[in-house]
Design a protein around this ligand. Structure first.
Ligand code: F6R
Ligand code: MG
Ligand code: MG
Length: 364
């Protein structure tokens, strides 16, 4: 059976502040998708939130970039924004950057990760969702999952993935894409991939079969809006088991929290903390950045799940390490590298301060 999995997300208002989401907003989204399922547009759906971001997880047979599916997501976000406005939630409708829907939500604010595939006998899917970070946050984990034999032993000892994976990397500044084969081209690939704020990984393919293995949202909100309006808070879909890495190989990179951009005012580096669903609440210094992992088996497009995969004491140490890193970085206050470099901060007073000080600068 050919199925498309679309994960479309937006921040339509926070409760309280930017820390998490209100149950009434989630309820409205569920009602909207339930209606669409009743009409036959969706095969199935699952609604969840990570921090202040609302995720619509949908299976259907309309293919990727379907106008109908994107319109459904947009209309749902608009309805949820109305609920958020009625409760005077913080930043109601913050990620809806366009006034009206025009064919595709890409470029309109919401983040999108989609993949179309033929459902396997057992189709194992993991959907990662993050808050208080940018789209490049998946680069390091995706490298480890699909190209690092120290993480994924299957690359070495499983013949169905021994020939490796192919990475699709985007240049978000120039709107271009480039493909690399791993392991053959990893040194070239890492030159770009190691700079995640400019070169996020969009997708990964199983090299031998060409099948899609992973797909992420690369929408860069600041570039779309031309000014600060919030961090991307990206999502990423990964297929697991069989010719793809095992669930444990997909989750393994998160046992060692990597440092990502985002956190307070989208202007800091902080550790990406793997959390169970109920702990995806960004409180300390509006963070630290969080990631959740929702596991599903697909049954003819039906979403069997979610299984809350980081709800496991095996990730307690990672959370503890993330707290230690957060504590350590916080001691640097407004100094780099805790604070982002000037050109990457989402909030800045630089223009005003420069103007005020202009007459005081003297030649050295
Ligand atoms: C970061 C984030 C928060 C806000 C901060 C200020 O992505 O969402 O850290 O930047 O709470 O928010 P405003 O400007 O809405 O008061
Ligand atoms: Mg927000
Ligand atoms: Mg958010």
């Amino acid at each position: 059976m050919d199925i498309t999995l679309s994960v479309i997300k937006a921040d339509v208002g926070g409760y309280v502040g930017h820390s998490s989401s209100h149950p009434d907003v989630i309820q409205r989204a569920k009602e909207s998708l339930k209606h669409a399922k009743g009409q036959g547009l969706l095969v199935d759906y699952y609604v969840t939130t990570c921090g202040d971001d609302l995720q619509l997880i949908m299976t259907h047979q309309q293919g990727e970039e379907s106008e109908q599916i994107h319109k459904l997501a947009w209309d749902t976000f608009v309805e949820c924004t109305n609920v958020a406005k009625s409760l005077k939630l913080h930043g109601a409708g913050q990620d809806l950057l366009a006034d009206a829907f025009s064919g595709n939500v890409k470029g309109m604010g919401p983040g999108v990760a989609e993949m179309q595939f033929t459902e396997r006998k057992a189709e194992t899917i993991i959907i990662f969702m993050a808050d208080k970070t940018a789209s490049g946050a998946w680069n390091l984990p995706l490298y480890k999952i699909f190209a690092d034999p120290f993480n994924t032993i299957g690359l070495v000892i499983a013949s169905n993935m021994h020939s490796g994976f192919k990475f699709e990397i985007h240049d978000v500044l120039k709107a271009k894409k480039v493909f690399f084969n791993a392991p053959e081209e990893i040194y070239d690939m890492l030159v770009l991939m190691g700079a995640p704020s400019r070169y996020p990984v969009k997708a990964v393919y199983h090299k031998e079969s060409g099948e899609i293995a992973a797909s992420s949202s690369t929408q860069h909100l600041a570039l779309i809006a031309g000014r600060y309006i919030g961090k991307d808070d990206p999502v990423c879909i990964v297929r697991a088991q069989g010719k793809f890495p095992a669930v444990g190989e997909v989750l393994e990179p998160f046992a060692s929290p990597n440092i990502v951009q985002g956190w307070m005012r989208g202007s800091h580096h902080g550790p990406l903390m793997p959390v169970p669903f109920h702990q995806a609440k960004c409180t300390r210094f509006d963070g630290p950045p969080r990631v959740m992992a929702a596991g599903f088996q697909l049954a003819d497009g039906k979403l069997i799940g979610a299984n809350d995969l980081f709800d496991d004491l095996a990730f307690d140490l990672a959370r503890e390490q993330a707290n230690d890193i957060a504590d350590y970085l916080r001691r640097m206050g407004p100094f780099e590298p805790h604070r982002l470099p000037l050109e990457q901060m989402e909030y800045t007073t630089m223009p005003e301060v420069s103007k005020k000080l202009a007459s005081r600068f003297q030649d050295i």
